[in-house]
Structure formats: structure tokens, C-alpha cells
Write a protein that binds this ligand. Structure first.
Ligand SMILES: [Ca+2]
Length: 154
């Protein structure tokens, strides 16, 4: 009974968080591979559907989604990732504007076999109406899973 109560409180908290800001990405929970383009493989972690990038020694492997950002001034890219075996130059996040310019961030991911949430505050829209956000696994070996990939409008 106690567990049930905890679970429903947790669901309530999640629903509350979802209402707080609008998510511009489609298919954030990755229940189908649609919308996400690139090198991603459609995979499962237990019963949960996820995307997987398999690192290559000499190439970046990435996936992306293009979104209309409307009049947004500030965005937050939020996702969770998990890897137990990736060794390489790290993970790169990128927002690309229609003129080809882009803003990116390199992160050193935790490689501990646990899901980890990451948030990137992105204000470099510079008047663009559309942006393409990509998650890029830099040269290396092993693989990484991704899920719950959201682009929140502040
Ligand atoms: Ca999922």
C-alpha cells in the first residue's frame, strides 16, 4: 500500500513537471523511431524503448530532430543516458540554426551503467525560427542509450 502511494505521488509529480513548460520535441519517450534521424538504433532496455548509439573509432555517431521554436528565447535540452562500456572523447550536444551556424557543448558522460539525467540551458537561438538539436557520440568504442529527450520552452 505504501509503495502504491509513493508511485502515485511520483506520477503526480511527473505530470506536474510536464505542465510547467512546453516540450517542443516529438516522440520524446522514443516509443517509435520516427522523427529522430541519424545513426540511432531503435532498442530496448528491459521493457523500455530507447535509442542506442554505437561508437565508432574514427567517426562521430549522432541523431537529431528539427523543431520549430516559435518565439522562444530560452530552451532547455533535457535527456537521460546510460552506458556501461563507452570509452572515447565524450558526448557532444549541438543546436544548429538554419544558416548553418551552431552552438555546442562537450560533456564527459558518466560510464557507470546507470541512467543519468542531463540538462543543457540553451539561449543561443539568435532569432532562428527552426533549430536542429543533435546528440553526438564522439570517436570511441562501446555504446550509449538515450531516452526521455525533451526540448523545454522556458
Ligand atoms: Ca522510452
Amino acid at each position: 500500500m505504501k509503495q502504491l502511494l509513493c508511485l502515485s505521488l511520483f506520477s503526480f509529480a511527473l505530470a506536474g513537471a510536464a505542465h510547467a513548460s512546453e516540450n517542443l520535441f516529438k516522440n520524446s519517450d522514443v516509443n517509435t523511431p520516427t522523427v529522430w534521424q541519424g545513426d540511432r538504433k531503435f532498442d530496448k532496455d528491459g521493457d523500455n524503448k530507447v535509442l542506442r548509439l554505437v561508437a565508432k573509432p574514427k567517426d562521430t555517431q549522432s541523431f537529431w530532430q528539427e523543431v520549430s521554436v516559435g518565439d522562444a528565447k530560452d530552451l532547455v535540452l533535457v535527456f537521460r543516458y546510460k552506458s556501461a562500456d563507452y570509452k572515447g572523447r565524450g558526448l557532444q550536444l549541438r543546436g544548429r540554426r538554419p544558416d548553418g551556424s551552431s552552438t555546442f557543448r562537450n560533456i564527459t558522460p558518466k560510464i557507470d551503467g546507470q541512467w543519468t539525467e542531463y540538462r543543457w540551458n540553451f539561449s543561443e537561438i539568435r532569432g532562428a525560427k527552426k533549430l536542429t538539436f543533435s546528440l553526438e557520440l564522439l570517436e570511441g568504442e562501446g555504446s550509449m542509450l538515450f531516452d526521455d529527450i525533451q526540448l523545454l520552452k522556458k
